[in-house]
Each structure stands twice: as structure tokens, then as C-alpha cells.
Design a protein around this ligand. Structure first.
Ligand SMILES: [Mg+2]
Ligand SMILES: [Zn+2]
Length: 183
């Protein structure tokens, strides 16, 4: 069986989001069940990648080594639940930079597609914000909304008949892994 790719947003999906930005490993706190969910994905044979806007770098609130330290903590904590987080692509730019990677732009997703050598058609792309859903749609992926983080607000902005919605990452992963067994 070939491995399947799943792409996760970070803030509001894996960890608590903060209006003040996550600037240090101490400020990074997993959402309930999210690490277990990543463990379930790894156990089910998914490659787990992360695509995340981190404009805190462009805003000079943290630097790249601090972001790497945060991601080291995230990987370590996922590993304690059997989860293996693969590539993490992030956009470091300020929203005013007009880059091609800050979601809803598709740049991060396209980079992951290239590095895994996997087309994004029907790849589950899980996020809590409208820009995650828009980026997923732009690349022909399978957008999945979770109601953690900005998710409740996002649900109000979307036609829920057009997007899969789950309470949180754990619920989404249960939906995905059961679907994988059936296909
Ligand atoms: Mg988010
Ligand atoms: Zn960017």
C-alpha cells in the first residue's frame, strides 16, 4: 500500500493559537487530543506534513532559531504519542510582503507536494481558518475544517455543505483513518 500524505495547519489545529503569537517553546501548548491524532495518522501509514503561516518572523516577534525550537518541541511531543511529523513548511513573511507562500496562497502546499513527490489531488489538508480552506481548494486538495482555534468563526463564513467539518483534529483523523481502511 502506498503511503498517503496529510497536511496540517499548526496554530489552532495542533496547538492553541494566540493573538500574541507563539514566540517560544514555552508558549507552545498542544490542543487536547492533537498529539494522539498525529500518532494515529503515523500508525495508519500517513506521512504527516505541516504548512503554517508564521508572520511573527516578518513582524520581528521571533526569529527562525526560535521557530525551529518550537518545532523541535512539537516533534518531540508528537513522538511521545507515536507521531512522526515530517516536513514543516512555514511562511515567515509579513502579510504586506505579497509573497506567494502565505496561505491562502498555495506556495507552502506546492513545496510539500514537490518534496514528497505527491500530487495534491484529494490530499487531506486540515485547517481552522478560511485561508487554509482556500489554499487547499486552490491546489485541488481535500479541505477539512476543524472547529478548534478559529474554526467556529470559519464555519460561519463557509457553506458547510462544501467542506468537511470535524470538532477537532482527533475527530478528523478518526474520519480519515476509517475512510482509508475502506478504500
Ligand atoms: Mg490556524
Ligand atoms: Zn510567505
Amino acid at each position: 500500500m502506498s503511503r498517503r500524505l496529510v497536511i496540517l495547519d499548526r496554530d489552532g489545529v495542533i496547538n492553541r493559537d494566540s493573538d500574541a503569537f507563539i514566540k517560544s517553546p514555552d508558549e507552545w501548548e498542544a490542543l487536547p487530543g492533537s498529539l494522539e491524532a498525529i500518532g494515529m495518522l503515523s500508525a495508519a501509514g500517513f506521512d504527516v506534513a505541516v504548512a503554517t503561516n508564521q508572520s511573527g518572523i516578518g513582524r520581528k516577534l521571533l526569529d527562525r532559531p526560535a521557530l525551529e525550537a518550537i518545532h523541535d518541541k512539537m516533534r518531540r511531543e508528537a513522538r511521545t504519542h507515536g507521531g512522526d511529523i515530517g516536513k514543516i513548511e512555514y511562511c515567515p513573511h509579513h502579510p504586506d510582503d505579497q509573497c506567494d507562500c502565505r496561505k491562502p496562497e498555495p506556495g507552502l502546499l506546492l513545496r510539500l507536494s514537490r518534496s514528497y513527490g505527491v500530487p495534491l489531488e484529494n490530499v487531506p489538508i486540515i485547517g481552522d481558518s478560511l485561508r487554509d480552506i482556500e489554499a487547499a481548494r486552490a491546489v485541488g486538495g481535500r479541505p477539512i475544517l476543524v472547529l478548534t482555534g478559529n474554526g467556529e468563526k470559519t464555519a460561519g463564513e463557509l457553506d458547510e455543505r462544501e467542506v468537511e467539518v470535524y470538532a477537532d483534529l482527533r475527530a478528523a483523523v478518526i474520519g480519515l483513518t476509517q475512510g482509508a481502511e475502506q478504500s
